[in-house]
Design a protein around this ligand. Structure first.
Ligand code: 4AD
Ligand code: MG
Length: 477
C-alpha cells in the first residue's frame, strides 16, 4: 500500500477505510493524540490512538521527533481545528527520537538557537513554511522565464574573471596553500596550478550570460554566486543564489519593465499557491511585532505588503533626483543619522535607500542613471559622459533587491573604461569579441534570491531563508 501525504489526507473530506501515512511526531498528548507532520503542509494530522489496544512499550517510543508509520481509518474529527483525523489501527516506529536530547522540543525556540540546529530547523512550522515558499518562488522564476521565451543557461562556477571588478572573490586553487610555488618576485606561480592560471568562484554569471544573449536572444541564469566580502549584516551572505536574465536588443527602459513585471509575477504566484504558509508567517510576525514599540511596527501585514507590490507601479527615479530628495529631507534626529548627501557622486548608504523607499516614496523604487565612478566597468555610458545606464531596485524593509544595467556595447568606449580601471584586455578578450562581431544594445539584471525570499516571508535575517548560510566565520554544516 502506498502512503498518503498529510496534505492529501487533510484535503480529503470523505471517510476512507484504509490510509497509510509516514511522518515525524510533533507531540503526543494524553497517550492518545499524535500530531503528525510530514512536511507536505504546515498542518499536522491528528492520529487518535486507543491506547488500550497497543503495547505500552510501543507507545513509550512515540516521542517528539520520532519517525512513525500510521495505518488506520480517516474519519471526521470530533475535535476543534481539523476536519479529519486518523483512527489508528496499526502503528510502527521507524526511527526513535530521544525524548530529552532531541533539540526541537515543542516550545518556542529562538532563531539563533535554530541556526545552530539548521539540520533540524525545518521540523518547525516557521522554517518549513519559509523553505516551501523558497521552493515555490524558485519554481515561479523558472516558469516566468520559460513562458516568456527565455532559455535557461548554466554559467561556470569556477571562473578566471571578476565580473564585478570588486575583488571580492574566493580563490580556487589546487596549490599547497602553505607552500605555494612562487615566481621570482615572490608572487604565487599559478602556472603550476590545475588551471594554469588564477581562478575564483564566480561572483556573477553576467558576462557569460551576455555571450549567450548575443546569440540566443533571451537567456537567464539561476545559480550560486560567491562574495568574499566581510559584511556581517542581516542582508549579506558569502554564498547566495542569483537570478540573472540578459536580453539582446533591450535598453534600460525595457530592463526596468522586465524586472518589474517579473517580480510582480513571481510574488503573485506565491499569493495564489502558498496562502497557508503566508498566513502562518503573517500571524507569526504580528505576534512578534506586539513586543515592539508602536513606532517600530510594520505599517502593513505581510500579505498586504506583497499585494501592494504586485498591484502598484514601482517608482522610477534617477540618482540625481534621489540626491535632491535626500538633500531636502530632514535629518533623523532620534537616530542621529543625517540623510543629507552633500556631494553628487557619492554612493548611497543603506540608510539613504531606506529613507527613499520607506519614508519618502513608500513603495519599491527603481533608481537609475548612477554616477559612472561608483558602478561596474560594463555599464553603458550616458551621453553626459558621467552617468551610466544602471538601475537598482530598492524594496521596503530589504534595500537593494536587484542590480542591473544596459551594457556598454561600443568596443572603443568599453576598452577605454577597462584601461582606466586596469582591467587587462587579454583577460576579457572573449567579452570584447561580442563588441567586435555583431554588437548590439543589450541589458540585464541580477536578483538576489535570498533577498526576495526575505521579502516574501517577512524574515528579518538572510541566514534564516537559506538552508545552510555561509557567512564570515560560519560554515558549520
Ligand atoms: O548588484 P550586484 O552585485 O550585481 C551583479 O552582480 C550584476 N552582475 C547583476 C547583473 O546585472 N546581471 O548583485 C545583484 C543582486 C543585488 O541586488 C542583491 O540583491 C544580491 O544580488 N546580492 C547579495 N545577496 C546576498 N548576499 C550578498 N553578499 C549579495 N551581494 C549582492
Ligand atoms: Mg549592486
Amino acid at each position: 500500500m502506498t502512503s498518503n501525504t498529510v496534505a492529501e489526507l487533510l484535503a480529503q473530506k470523505t471517510k476512507t477505510e484504509k490510509v497509510s501515512v509516514k511522518g515525524w511526531v510533533r507531540t503526543f498528548r494524553a497517550n492518545r493524540f499524535i500530531a503528525l507532520n510530514d512536511g507536505s503542509t504546515l498542518n499536522n494530522i491528528q492520529c487518535v490512538v486507543d491506547f488500550e489496544n497497543f503495547n505500552e512499550n510501543l507507545l513509550k517510543r512515540i516521542t517528539t521527533g520520532a519517525a512513525i508509520h500510521v495505518l488506520g481509518e480517516l474519519v471526521e474529527s470530533q475535535g476543534k481545528g481539523q476536519s479529519v483525523e486518523i483512527q489508528v489501527k496499526e502503528l510502527e516506529v521507524l526511527g526513535d527520537s530521544h525524548p530529552v536530547d532531541y533539540p526541537i522540543q515543542p516550545k518556542k525556540h529562538s532563531f539563533e538557537f535554530l541556526r545552530k540546529n539548521a539540520h533540524l530547523r525545518t521540523r518547525t512550522n516557521t522554517f518549513s513554511a519559509v523553505m516551501r515558499l523558497r521552493s515555490s518562488l524558485s519554481f515561479a522564476i523558472h516558469k516566468y522565464f520559460t513562458e516568456n521565451g527565455f532559455y535557461n543557461m548554466h554559467t561556470p562556477i569556477i571562473t578566471g574573471s571578476d565580473a564585478e571588478g570588486a575583488g571580492e572573490m574566493f580563490r580556487v586553487s589546487t596549490l599547497d596553500a602553505k607552500h605555494p610555488p612562487l615566481n621570482e618576485d615572490g608572487s604565487i606561480n599559478y602556472k603550476e596550478d590545475f588551471f594554469g592560471k588564477e581562478t575564483n568562484l564566480t561572483v556573477s554569471g553576467q558576462l557569460e550570460a551576455e555571450t549567450y544573449a548575443m546569440s540566443l536572444g533571451k537567456v537567464y541564469t539561476f545559480g550560486p554566486t560567491f562574495r568574499a566580502e566581510n559584511s556581517n549584516t542581516s542582508r549579506h551572505l558569502a554564498e547566495f543564489w542569483m537570478i540573472e536574465p540578459e536580453v539582446a536588443f533591450m535598453d534600460l527602459d525595457g530592463n526596468m519593465d522586465l524586472a518589474e513585471d517579473f517580480l510582480k509575477d513571481v510574488l503573485n504566484y506565491i499569493l495564489e499557491h502558498n496562502a497557508d504558509d503566508l498566513e502562518f508567517l503573517e500571524k507569526r510576525l504580528i505576534d512578534e511585532e506586539k513586543s515592539k514599540p508602536q513606532t517600530e511596527r510594520s505599517p502593513m501585514p505581510l500579505i498586504e505588503k506583497i499585494k501592494f507590490v504586485v498591484d502598484n507601479n514601482f517608482k522610477r527615479v534617477s540618482y540625481t533626483e534621489a540626491i535632491d530628495i535626500l538633500r531636502n529631507s530632514k535629518p533623523n534626529k532620534k537616530k542621529k543619522f543625517n540623510y543629507l548627501i552633500s556631494e553628487w557622486g557619492a554612493d548611497l548608504q543603506s540608510e539613504h535607500e531606506r529613507y527613499l523607499v520607506e519614508k519618502h516614496f513608500k513603495c519599491p523604487v527603481i533608481l537609475f542613471d548612477y554616477p559612472a565612478d561608483i558602478k561596474a566597468f560594463y555599464m553603458r555610458l550616458n551621453e553626459d559622459g558621467k552617468t551610466v545606464r544602471a538601475m537598482d531596485i530598492l524594496f521596503p524593509g530589504i534595500g537593494e533587491m536587484v542590480g542591473g544595467s544596459q551594457r556598454e556595447e561600443r568596443l572603443e568606449v568599453l576598452k577605454e573604461k577597462m584601461k582606466a580601471l586596469d582591467i587587462p584586455e587579454e583577460e576579457l578578450w572573449w567579452y570584447l569579441d561580442l563588441r567586435k562581431y555583431g554588437t548590439a544594445v543589450h541589458s540585464g539584471f541580477g536578483l538576489g534570491f535570498e533577498r526576495l525570499v526575505m521579502f516574501a516571508t517577512g524574515m528579518g535575517n538572510i541566514r534564516d531563508v537559506i538552508p545552510y548560510p555561509r557567512t564570515p566565520q560560519n560554515a558549520e554544516f
